[in-house]
Design a protein around this ligand. Structure first.
Ligand code: NAG
Length: 337
């Protein structure tokens, strides 16, 4: 319709050179278009970059979340008793060339160095090379820890295996068939501990220990002797016992089966008096840590909270439980001769 009307019917519009007008219009159009195009391009580019960054971030976040999950799972793993009792002893003997090494002796053959079980494997906790024994194992040789084990590396392989075997075979055994034990030797990355030995403070050790205990929910304590347990002279062991008592987790004491024999012999040759004397004489003030600072920290913590007498009493009561069990075993044995 517009085209049918004359361009300037009243003749009031200034004369415009048609060519110039076209050029002007073209110029105006191209500037506007240029601005629009560049705005669109810029926004699109920003959007694309944003999407890529977000995606990358999300992927990074997802990867990070997965890694964190794997790390957490790894930290809660325990070693399956079946593996510990049936397979590990032979492996340990072969690796160390000793028939009954203690765990200090065993460490360099199975937990660290080029013959360690985790050698060359990626640690899921920090993503670096060399991992803990438990991370080097596959299910069902490991699983979420059901018990935290408080013990000493000075114990022999036989004693540890025997104490755990006696427990799993006794009527006191936990109902679960898949018992997985959190034991520092197997579950800590010993490669890292060796590297960072001096860097780890006792405060950090406490947090780590409490987290492991909380995840497992109960503790078993391995003693090597009922009359003179090496355990109660060690401040770190004492500390684990103390925290377990303070926080109300169930505890159970395990001893190697030969201690039942030692108990029987003591009853028969010396009567119950030395047993009573020993139990009443338990005093954890005497425990010592390898590092003096740890010793002071642990002892002042106990003194300032529940006090040594309370801890001593709880420990005595627990040994008493084992003594009653041993006495029952002794009484129900058929008499010799
Ligand atoms: C892994 O362990 C070997 C043997 O102990 C050691 O030489 C190496 O440095 C360790 N690698 C890392 C990344 O820690």
């Amino acid at each position: 319709m517009e085209q049918l009307l004359p361009r300037d019917p009243l003749g009031i519009l200034p004369e415009v050179d048609e060519d110039e007008k076209a050029t002007q219009q073209d110029g105006a159009l191209s500037t506007a278009a240029l601005i629009t195009i560049s705005t669109v391009v810029a926004s699109t580019l920003t959007l694309v970059i944003l999407v890529v960054v977000m995606k990358k971030r999300r992927t990074k976040k997802a990867v990070k979340a997965l890694a964190m999950l794997a790390a957490r799972e790894s930290l809660e793993l325990g070693i399956a008793t079946e593996y510990l009792l049936e397979t590990f002893p032979r492996e340990a003997q072969t690796a160390s060339g000793a028939s009954n090494p203690n765990f200090y002796e065993l460490c360099e053959f199975v937990a660290i160095g080029p013959s360690g079980k985790g050698f060359g494997k990626i640690c899921p906790r920090d993503g670096k090379v060399n991992c803990s024994i438990v991370d080097a194992l596959e299910t069902p040789r490991r699983g979420k820890a059901t018990h935290f084990v408080s013990w000493c590396w000075a114990y022999s392989l036989d004693d540890v295996v025997d104490a755990i075997r006696s427990w799993t075979q006794s009527s006191n055994a936990p109902p679960s068939t898949h018992i997985c034990l959190w034991m520092c030797f197997f579950c800590n990355n010993q490669y890292r501990i060796l590297e960072e030995r001096s860097a780890t403070g006792s405060a950090e050790l406490q947090t780590v220990f409490e987290a492991h205990l909380a995840a497992a929910g109960q503790m078993v304590v391995i003693l090597d002797s009922f009359l003179q347990p090496h355990y109660y002279s060690r401040a770190w062991c004492l500390f684990e016992t103390y925290v377990c008592i303070q926080q109300g987790y169930p505890r159970r004491i395990l001893l190697p089966s030969r201690e039942l024999e030692a108990f029987k012999e003591t009853i028969e040759t010396s009567g119950p008096a030395p047993i009573r004397q020993r139990i009443q004489g338990i005093d954890l003030r005497r425990a010592e840590a390898s590092v003096k600072a740890d010793d002071d920290v642990i002892k002042s913590m106990i003194s300032n909270t529940c006090g040594f007498d309370t801890v001593n009493q709880v420990v005595r009561r627990e040994i008493l439980k084992w003594v009653l069990y041993a006495f029952e075993q002794y009484l129900s044995e058929p008499q010799a001769g």
